[in-house]
Design a protein around this ligand. Sequence first.
Ligand SMILES: Cc1cc2nc3c(=O)[nH]c(=O)nc-3n(C[C@H](O)[C@H](O)[C@H](O)COP(=O)(O)OP(=O)(O)OC[C@H]3O[C@@H](n4cnc5c(N)ncnc54)[C@H](O)[C@@H]3O)c2cc1C
Length: 386
Amino acid sequence: MNATLSHEDELLRASVRTFLDKEVIPHEEMVDQTGEVPEEIGREIERKSKELGLFAANLPERVGGGGLNYTQMSIIEREFGRTSHALHSWIARPTELLLACEGEQVDKYLMPCVSGEKRELFGLTEPGAGSDAMGMQSRAQQDGDDWILNGMKHFISAPTMADFAIVFAATGVDETKRGPRKRVTAFLVDRDMPGVTFREGSKCVSNRGYKTYELIFDNVRLGPGQVLGGEGRGFELAGKWLGMGRVWIGASCCGKAERLIALATDWCATRKQFGQPIGQFQATGFRLADMTIGLRTAELLVADTVRRADQGIMRDEDAAMVKVYCSEMLNRVADDTVQVFGGMGLVEEMPVQRLWRDARIERIWDGTSEIQRHIITRSILRPLGA
Ligand SMILES: Cc1cc2nc3c(=O)[nH]c(=O)nc-3n(C[C@H](O)[C@H](O)[C@H](O)COP(=O)(O)OP(=O)(O)OC[C@H]3O[C@@H](n4cnc5c(N)ncnc54)[C@H](O)[C@@H]3O)c2cc1C
């Protein structure tokens, strides 16, 4: 494992791994086959993760969270990546956006998410506005002190039905140097408010058992206390969440790649053809070498980026580079592992096909590889005025 970890961080890594090996990995096959996490198993993981101090480990101690820094969180996220997303996501890492809660919002939304009494959704994507988030049709119009919200979100994910959503909606238009731009506001919207519908959406073949929801808002009346972080600050807030979220995806891709490489290595050493282990054929053995180089490079990129985040100097393009590199590395590793396994890589009884399916989502959610490359290109060309 990573020889550069401090003794304390190595203990953290080992305790998370032991927990996941015992509480999560034994359920993975069943969850993938049924497409469901039984409520009692999810709650058990939730309860035991609280005892271990893993629940809400990302949030500061002042609000009751674990107070881990970004480097430590990357260690946890890497370990989570080795295991089923549908199961480990019961160990909540509430979005840091909730730290923007003020006044009564703190007790109504932030604290219950830290304790696990409530769960939140992050509602940005719409059927007609995915990569182009600014194309959103959801709108909130002012009515006295209130706002009237209309619109729809889809692909909004969570391990189980949530209590409320952070919903992004246009509340006007700002004039900017680059022309008119939608003013976007984040709202805290409870599932049981009149005019709100949360319902299960399409099932995804990556991470079976992890749910996506559709959120429908039909003339939902929201008081001023439902605005999160101030009117017009929605994208500023979303940007904060998306940046670290992309780094966590990178860390988790490293964990999944480690697991795939272990399977591929074992198969290369034990599967014999033409009277010798298949790893002795250069075409197969070199795949292992390339997988290992890819993983090591990705780990270094994550480690450098979380160090920048801990120092408060991480930029959007840093997070974008992690997301692109690690997710594409994982997909190469997953595809190569299937190839090394031959036909056995695709049979349902073997874990390889599941890890291969699970890897695919990583190049899509939280901004596709193409969108990450746009962010990186922009950071290179903008200083030159291009
Ligand atoms: C399982 C799952 C969970 C999700 N969870 C959430 C969630 O909790 N909250 C949330 O808000 N969203 C969530 N999403 C949405 C996710 O972030 C989007 O799917 C993603 O951003 C891509 O949007 P899209 O699917 O609409 O693809 P599109 O935007 O339609 O893109 C289709 C293709 O066109 C390419 N493309 C689009 N624009 C450009 C461009 N300018 N240049 C080059 N190529 C381009 C894309 O890269 C992609 O290859 C989730 C999605 C999934 C599948």
